[in-house]
Design a protein around this ligand. Sequence first.
Ligand code: AKG
Ligand code: FE2
Length: 381
Amino acid sequence: MDRETRTFAERHYRSLAGRVPGGDGPAPSSVTFIRAPDAFSYADFVKGFLLPNLPCVFSSAFTEAWGSRRRWVTPEGKPDFEYLLHKYGDVVVPVANCGVREYNSNPKEHMPFRDYISYWKEYNQGGCSSPRGCLYLKDWHLCRSPFHADIFRSFSWSVNICGRKKWLFFPPGQEEALRDCHGNLPYDVTSTELLDTHLYPRIQHNSRPLEVIQEAGEMLFVPSGWHHQVYNLDDTISINHNWVNGCNLANMWQFLQQELQAVQHEVREWKDSMPDWHHHCQVIMKSCTGINFEEFYHFLKVIAEKRFLVLRQGLKGDTGDSTSLGLGLQQAAFDVGRLADVLASVVAHPDFQRVDTSAFSTQPEELLQQLKDAVAAAEAL
Ligand SMILES: O=C(O)CCC(=O)C(=O)O
Ligand SMILES: [Fe+2]
């Protein structure tokens, strides 16, 4: 990130005045395609996609040099089973059974990758069918993935090493119209069940998802909170990565507040009779969401401390675009601003105030002050 982009991004969040960044509104009718790596910078990505929270597709030129694109794939563009078997055959991999629904997901089992490859070959020889059903190797996705938004409202990118995928996207908020009469999201947004207006009373058939076909080698950027459903159109291997930074940290915090509210709503009838009700809500949240308020605070602290290190080096005179710890100086300066805003909101939250922080190595108020000091010092950078 350069100085000018940081100023642009800081202005963007000031203009939001505490509102959570969206990308909401109706789905755009098409997605931006970025052809040439030489003509596209990180600043373009921040301004065009991270801040407005909009998806985009990077052409296969961006991943041309990837070893996996050369080594995992045959000259015909199919997965190179022999190579993969030789390299990773003994690895135990998680495999989901797409034919069985378990709530809004699929049950998973573990098996050596070689067994999965045998299954995959057998499935192809059977004309895309197998008596074992449709098995899905999680992270090297084989089949379609149920409707969801990514973990903690993170951003993600996904690269097709080989094969093609179809993605259906709904901008943040649009999923509300897809809830059934019990408030649950559908497992499959293309199901004919959604035509039943008793079951799906809020459905609007004119709001179509954004459809994206992702070709081999292409990289798709999935913005924060965009619900999506994915199909493999071929034998496909993809690599995905999720991340949170200053641009979507407030989205993550908003999501965690909503998750806690949902837990509190579910167990509301015991609120008055249970002495540790608030604590139990945090325990339930941890088991359902994977993180609670205390852990979110520690997450903020770890991130803040890394940024402080980078800023300290920068302030010592190592100005310019220092990339120590793999992080640019201006990115660190931007992130401390976002961390300060989010932590201020965390500290003011009544449910965080109920968390026992006495054993924390840095008290939340102290960390907030450190962040504010870092923001003030970083103005000069
Ligand atoms: O590629 C897929 O099948 C789904 C990827 C995805 O949306 C995810 O891992 O969150
Ligand atoms: Fe996803």
